[in-house]
Design a protein around this ligand. Structure first.
Ligand code: MN
Length: 431
């Protein structure tokens, strides 16, 4: 029912969760600033953009409640289950032979209101772009988020970490070919969540989204043979040029700090397809939508893995202060002494980028940093409840990790009360 961006936004508009801007704002820092100051807030709709015809929509999944709704779930646990199960049971898209984005076209990127987010950024960046590609040898597709920096109206430089798109790119290059891609912008929020997840190579993220949407996501085969969601606002058709590199960055990543400049592959834009009055979707780097999209599937994996080693996990949260990526709080019902430490080890195994895990009892709200600290103050002794693991691989995003080796130290804190001592001693008194 809400399988595209417009119907999803309309649903929230009817509930007063869309904020409209009538004032004209610029793509150069002004729109990004509004998104920054509406972190975790309403969906933002910028009707008038200086020098551009298209409106800009942002913050679509900036709030957890909207992300749960996009996963057709009422609780985090239900959403984790739905996402993990869909990743194991993808559903092929029904293809149609027309799509609204064929209504208009442009020859280059000048038609699009691409934002510059922060003043020291290397340039304007497409940040909500999902890159869809096909393996040159096999009938395997992939859809994943990549930041794309504009170098000129016909070229982008794409950050490609060594994962699935990288594999497809290398395979094409080894055969002496460019890699054909379709960059989709403005899709169903469910597609965004699936594209931000990391199912194994060979599982097509659009088919994961289609499973969650119970088969209602329609596909369209774009002119270069790549399947894209039919109800996409904008499709950029292009190719990752063989062995062609350009400086990428500086760019602010999920930590809110600047990532380093690297040589990355260049994308040549062939054609831009767009709906009449297309919406351009923006996504603020380091904002709550970025954290939720990147972190939610990891939260699901941590929940699923910890659940296998301890009897009852109440909640898992990648915290805001931990950039939605590096720090995790887990609340559980302890049955044996040692459960919390096993949970810590399981969490580190489930999400290798984790740097800190805090385990608390069920009565502590993982969303409330004050309660978590209270548990540390009253239930934690560093001499026996602290685990430190040195010289392990961590996240390349952590500026404090050794930037050459990426080695880091990890810390686990067991802030659960002892089962051997009287429970009353650790209960919080209520009026
Ligand atoms: Mn993939």
């Amino acid at each position: 029912m809400y399988e595209d961006l417009r119907s999803f936004t309309k649903y929230y508009d009817e509930r007063g969760e869309v904020k409209y801007y009538e004032t004209q704002l610029s793509t150069n820092l002004e729109i990004a600033r509004e998104i920054f100051y509406n972190d975790e807030g309403d969906i933002l709709f910028f009707k008038r953009v200086k020098n551009y015809k298209l409106p800009v929509v942002a913050n679509v999944l900036a709030r957890r409640s909207r992300l749960l709704f996009a996963l057709k779930s009422k609780s985090n646990a239900e959403a984790y289950t739905r996402l993990l199960e869909a990743s194991r049971n993808p559903l092929t898209l029904r293809e149609k032979d027309d799509a609204p984005f064929l209504e208009c076209s442009a020859k280059d990127l000048r038609a699009l209101p691409i934002l510059k987010h922060f003043s020291a950024d290397g340039g304007p960046y497409i940040t909500s772009g999902i890159v869809v590609a096909k393996d040159v040898d096999e009938d395997i597709y992939n859809a994943s988020f990549h930041r794309l920096q504009v170098i000129d109206p016909q070229h982008l430089v794409i950050r490609v970490v060594p994962r699935h798109l990288y594999t497809m790119m290398r395979k094409a290059w080894d055969k002496g070919k460019d890699l054909e891609i379709a960059i989709v912008l403005g899709v169903s929020p469910t597609v965004m969540i699936a594209a931000a997840a990391s199912p194994p190579y060979g599982i097509f993220e659009l088919e994961v989204a289609n499973r969650i949407l119970e088969g209602s996501l329609e596909g369209f085969r774009s002119p270069n043979g790549i399947i894209v969601p039919r109800m996409t606002e904008i499709v950029i058709q292009g190719r990752i040029l063989r062995e062609t590199f350009h400086n990428e960055g500086p760019f602010v990543d999920i930590t809110g700090t600047y990532d380093i400049v690297r040589k990355q592959p260049v994308v040549e834009v062939e054609k831009v397809y767009l709906r009449e009055n297309a919406w351009y979707e923006a996504l603020l780097p380091s904002g709550s939508e970025h954290r939720l999209l990147m972190g939610f599937e990891r939260e699901a994996r941590i929940w699923d893995t910890v659940r296998r080693v301890v009897p009852r996990v109440k909640a898992v949260r990648l915290t805001k202060g931990g950039c939605g990526w590096l720090h995790c709080v887990i609340s559980l019902k302890k049955q044996s002494e040692g459960d919390a430490k096993n949970a810590i080890l399981a969490a580190f195994a489930a999400h290798p980028s984790l740097k800190l895990v805090i385990v608390v009892d069920e009565d502590i709200d993982v969303e409330n940093p004050m309660e978590v600290e209270w548990a540390l103050a009253t239930r934690f002794q560093a001499s026996k409840d602290l685990i430190i693991i040195n010289n392990v691989r961590g996240s390349s995003l952590d500026p404090s990790a050794d930037q050459e080796t990426l080695l880091t130290s990890k810390m686990g804190i067991d802030a659960t009360r002892s089962l051997f001592k009287s429970k009353d001693k650790f209960e919080r008194v209520k009026p």
